[in-house]
Design a protein around this ligand. Structure first.
Ligand SMILES: [Zn+2]
Length: 143
């Protein structure tokens, strides 16, 4: 199954910024590619939690399957981690996706591409530098 990925809105990056909501595509050296969506729950019991999901179907907007929470860095931990949901802990595939996103399997990665939104105002981030920072130039106070 092949997904049409519009490259125009994606930015090639060295490693994904898990703190930014948006879409991440990884191209592996094996030729496989996967697309993930990072999002924040806006209402309900899980409000405020952030979820990592895998694109599993042909619809680029709807066919995402959540598999874990994105845990923000805390004291003593410098990078965000993916806490895979219990029901998928036995799933080698989802554990590998978590490892990939955490940057723990970069030896398999050919290319990372990310599309994200500013953490403060929600506008699309338009450069790799902004993606790394998680905010656009205006909110970063550079303009
Ligand atoms: Zn902004």
């Amino acid at each position: 199954m092949c997904h049409n990925i519009s490259m125009s809105t994606f930015h090639q990056i060295e490693s994904p910024n898990l703190m930014v909501d948006g879409t991440i595509t990884v191209l592996l050296k094996s030729g496989k590619h996967f697309t993930y969506r990072l999002s924040t729950v806006r209402k309900g019991d899980l409000e405020g939690k952030r979820i990592a999901a895998l694109l599993t179907g042909p619809d680029n907007n709807a066919s995402y399957k959540g598999f874990g929470f994105i845990i923000s860095p805390e004291e003593g931990i410098t990078d965000p981690v993916i806490k895979v949901w219990r029901k998928y802990l036995q799933s080698e595939a989802f554990m590998k996706h978590a490892q990939l996103l955490e940057g723990c399997a970069n030896e398999h990665v050919q290319e990372w591409m990310q599309e994200g939104r500013c953490m403060k105002c929600g506008r699309k981030l338009t450069t790799p530098e902004s993606l790394k920072a998680g905010v656009g130039p205006v909110c970063a106070g550079r303009k």
